[in-house]
Design a protein around this ligand. Structure first.
Ligand SMILES: NC(=O)c1ccc[n+]([C@@H]2O[C@H](COP(=O)([O-])OP(=O)(O)OC[C@H]3O[C@@H](n4cnc5c(N)ncnc54)[C@H](O)[C@@H]3O)[C@@H](O)[C@H]2O)c1
Ligand SMILES: O=C(O)CC[C@@H](O)C(=O)O
Length: 530
């Protein structure tokens, strides 16, 4: 079989490249030009980028084979995630792999700014021994204002506590408990933080809300002689406001690892001695790059194998343990979804999914997505995957309603019930997971049946009376079809029953015709494939 191809457009650690090479054809083109990238992207199944490659609609449209864009790092502001979602391309990143390095770089910049290290270094190396210009300040006893108490912000907080700093933080999107856990005093507004902090450091993503969130007006609230650090993304603290603040003396020092436009080699910011700058080095340690490279390589391989990828940006986020727990239910949901179009052809108007049992304590969104993937994959020409399944269902006018019940009313611990509506309820199925973690259909349209959703399953309606099941099974046997297991279910004695039969062999259309004519069989059997 032809090996799948991955293009790496920016430098990643050799360890990651080696992992990729075990399974894929790797084209390592660090620094490839935009033009060349656009002209060759249609040859690749995966693309690995860092923060420089712009992944936009033009690129994704040309990347006809692309299944995944792997971001070797954290921020995805160079990737149009919505476009990728629309085209069914997975975007995965490595959010935990470089956080320690970014937190340490933040503190390095803070100390370098407070102690004028870079400036003094330049002075001495130019041949002048002079201490007067370089008297700095201690971090001890000062107040640091952290904007964004996520992965990196919280690491900065705990480390600065060790310097005996007072830590205050502004992050409207996290629970109070998180502020307590990291020893940070919660500030309700950014304005409050600006007024109280001696040093301000930002750790939010860059987006419409955070771009220029600290501008001239915000900075005017800060203490005179404030220090600022940006090791997150350029522009969260507006560059022209930093320049004005440095000129007026409002800002005593700045430590900047990131810039509004990157790469940048000339900036008015560079002329200030009290500004220490680095070329986006937050994640550039051997340890972080090794972790990042290995992590993204493994995710790309998983995606190309069709396995579940841990850090998908355009999917609900989950902890590894949660994902491990949900995996069999994801398979169940996908298989349940695949049943409808194997039985019916009428367009769907609405789907009601009910999750019941302890499973509801988890992120069930992924299960609904898996269900929709299973439903649409056989009938869509476009590729359907976990990333675009919901969007494609919505495009087809299918309304999806999710319900959660803490307890199941049956003998099963966890249940997934799916009702599919056309102009009526066309299919009502319930499934669960066996002790061996295999998917089982426990009910179909009110008929109780415990059927393994595995391999081939014959489904047929029959009269509930003697001499129906035996002859039917005999026909199968006479045609060399082995029955692996069989369930017969009825609602009321003497009425219609349903047989679900796991068979080991393919059943031809001719044999279906023969089976349909067997005595007491009420419908042409259908063969479900799982
Ligand atoms: N310099 C580097 O090399 C480097 C390395 C890694 C990460 N980063 C950047 O660092 C930043 C933080 O990364 P992270 O992993 O900690 O992200 P994260 O998602 O874990 O944390 C971000 C935090 O910001 C908060 N937030 C979002 N909008 C906010 C707003 N308007 N006001 C206040 N808080 C807000 C969120 O609630 C969240 O807690 C990102 O921009 C990332 O791209 C830079
Ligand atoms: O080195 C990089 O690619 C940038 C790293 C960092 O900014 C990130 O977002 O992970």
């Amino acid at each position: 079989m032809e090996r799948k191809k991955v293009l790496i457009s920016e430098r990643i650690a050799e360890e990651g490249v080696e992992i990729l090479k075990r399974e894929l054809d790797v084209d390592y083109r660090d620094g490839i030009s935009r033009e060349e990238l656009l002209s060759i992207i249609d040859r690749y199944d995966a693309l690995i980028v860092r923060s420089v490659t712009r992944v936009d609609e033009e690129l994704i449209q040309r990347g006809k084979r692309l299944k995944i864009v792997g971001r070797a790092g954290n921020g995805v502001d160079n990737i149009d995630v919505d476009v990728c979602t629309r085209y069914g391309v997975i975007v995965a990143n490595t959010p935990d792999s470089n956080t320690i390095s970014a937190a340490e770089q933040t503190i390095a910049l803070m100390l370098a700014g407070a102690r004028k290290t870079a400036w003094a270094n330049n002075y001495l190396k130019s041949g002048v021994w002079d201490r007067k210009p370089f008297r700095g300040i201690e971090l001890y006893g000062k107040t640091v204002g952290i904007v964004g108490l996520g992965r990196i912000g919280s690491m900065v907080a705990t480390r600065l506590k060790a310097f005996n700093m007072r830590v205050i933080a502004y992050d409207p999107y996290i629970a109070d408990e998180r502020f307590e856990r990291f020893g940070a005093e919660k500030k309700e507004t950014l304005e409050e933080l600006m007024r109280e902090a001696d040093i301000i450091t930002v750790h939010t993503p860059r987006n419409e809300e955070t771009m220029h969130m600290i501008d001239e007006k915000m900075l005017s609230l800060a203490k005179d002689g404030v220090g600022i650090v940006n090791c997150a993304r350029g522009g969260i603290i507006k560059e022209t406001a930093i320049i004005a603040g440095l000129e007026s003396g409002k800002i005593a020092f700045a430590g900047l690892d990131v810039f509004e436009k990157e790469p940048i080699t000339d900036s008015p910011l560079f002329k200030f001695n009290n500004v220490v700058v680095t070329p986006h080095l937050g994640a550039d340690t051997y340890e972080a790059q090794k972790r990042v490279g290995e992590d993204i390589a493994l995710q790309v391989i998983k995606a190309l194998r069709g396995e579940i990828v841990p850090n998908v940006v355009n999917l609900p986020t989950m902890l590894k343990e949660e994902l491990d727990y949900l995996k069999p239910y994801i398979t169940l949901a996908e298989k349940m979804g695949s049943i409808y179009y194997q039985l019916e052809r009428t367009p769907i108007s609405r789907i009601d999914v009910t999750y019941s049992g302890p499973i509801t304590k988890n992120e069930t969104e992924i299960l609904t997505i898996a269900l929709l993937k299973g439903l649409l994959s056989p009938v869509m020409e476009e590729k359907v995957n976990y990333v675009n399944a919901r969007l494609l269902a919505q495009d087809r006018g299918i309304k999806i309603y999710e319900h959660r019940e803490e307890q199941t009313n049956k003998r099963y611990k966890n249940l997934i019930n799916v009702k599919i509506f056309t102009n009526r309820c066309a299919l009502d199925i319930t499934g669960t997971i066996s002790r061996a973690k295999n998917p089982i259909l426990v009910e179909i349209n009110g008929y109780e049946t415990e059927t393994d959703l595995e391999g081939l399953v014959l489904i047929v309606e029959n009269e509930d009376r003697p001499r129906v099941i035996g002859p039917f099974a005999t026909i199968l046997g006479d045609h060399g079809i082995n029955i692996a297991s069989m369930k017969v279910a009825r609602r009321n004695k003497g009425e219609k029953a349903v047989m679900l039969i796991n068979v080991d062999n393919e059943v031809s259309e001719e044999l279906m015709d023969i089976l349909a004519k067997s005595d007491g069989i009420m419908s042409r059997p259908k063969l479900l494939r799982f």
